[in-house]
Write a protein that binds this ligand. Structure first.
Ligand code: AP5
Length: 224
């Protein structure tokens, strides 16, 4: 497989970030997560952060023109020449079209869009118990993936916090935005022929193994 250009698609809390970290390690590819990029901008108080903050706190999507620029710029860097992993982008049809245009202009294609199938109940349970590390955004869950020491990140030792948008009323808004604005991308990528379903309700290790199997099959098909 010459390039591995992946999009991780799915509702909030479906495990995109958890599997994105693993894919990044497995394939040594740059990982661009719009949520992480925007949260860093908010923490640093940049203009981008100030603009995105009000949307994120409410559980709404940031305007397309902000996020499109962020991603188009990054996938054009030398770092992403052999491929990339996008988490949380695209999230609207307009973002999907902008990504296609940018890739087409560079003579590139998406390898696969991995759709994490997880129902609303499971999402609510997961986000309710999520803990995120302050330094690098590593993700844990109080029951499903607890840190070795409560409140401390296993990987970098920083404090684990509850994300501001993991409050119940904001989770509800994020879910309804997913169904209204992001789900149309499922049909869009199905038509293009790059959509692959991932059974996201299984335990994290099993989900990871399924994804590795799926990508190995794609490689074999490409080589056939
Ligand atoms: P973003 O940070 O992208 O949030 P999200 O898509 O809502 O996704 P999450 O990070 O909440 O969940 P995840 O799927 O990564 O799940 P995770 O692995 O953490 O975006 C935040 C905000 O930024 C948006 O609301 C919007 O305002 C803005 N934004 C971002 N991108 C944008 C865009 N393109 N356009 C406009 N605005 C944008 O897992 C969740 C929990 O479950 C964890 O605790 C984890 O340990 C646990 N878990 C994971 N997998 C499993 C499993 N298999 N079994 C049990 N537990 C599991």
């Amino acid at each position: 497989m010459s390039e591995l250009n992946l999009v991780l698609l799915g509702p909030p809390g479906s495990g995109k970030g958890t599997q994105g970290e693993r894919l990044q390690e497995d394939f040594q590819l740059p990982y661009f997560a719009t949520g992480d990029i925007l949260r860093t901008a908010v923490a640093e108080g940049t203009d981008l952060g100030k603009e995105a903050d009000e949307y994120m706190q409410r559980g709404d999507l940031a305007p397309d023109e902000i996020v499109v620029g962020i991603i188009v710029e990054r996938i054009a860097t030398a770092e992403a020449a052999d491929g990339f992993i996008l988490d949380g982008f695209p999230r609207t049809l307009r973002q999907g079209e902008a990504l296609d245009e940018a890739l087409k202009g560079a003579g590139r294609l998406l390898t696969a869009v991995l759709l994490f199938d997880v129902n609303n109940e499971e999402v609510t349970r997961r986000l309710g118990g999520r803990r995120t590390c302050t330094d690098n955004g590593h993700v844990f869950h109080v029951d499903f993936n607890p840190p070795k020491t409560e409140g401390i990140c296993d990987i970098d030792g920083s404090e684990l916090i509850i994300r501001r948008d993991d409050r119940p009323e904001v989770i509800e808004k994020r879910l309804s935005n997913y169904h209204d604005l992001t789900k149309p991308l499922v049909g869009y990528y199905e038509q293009v022929g790059v959509l692959r379903h991932v059974e996201g309700c299984k335990p994290p290790d099993e989900v990871g193994a399924d994804i590795r199997g799926l990508l190995a099959t794609l490689r074999m098909e490409e080589g056939a």
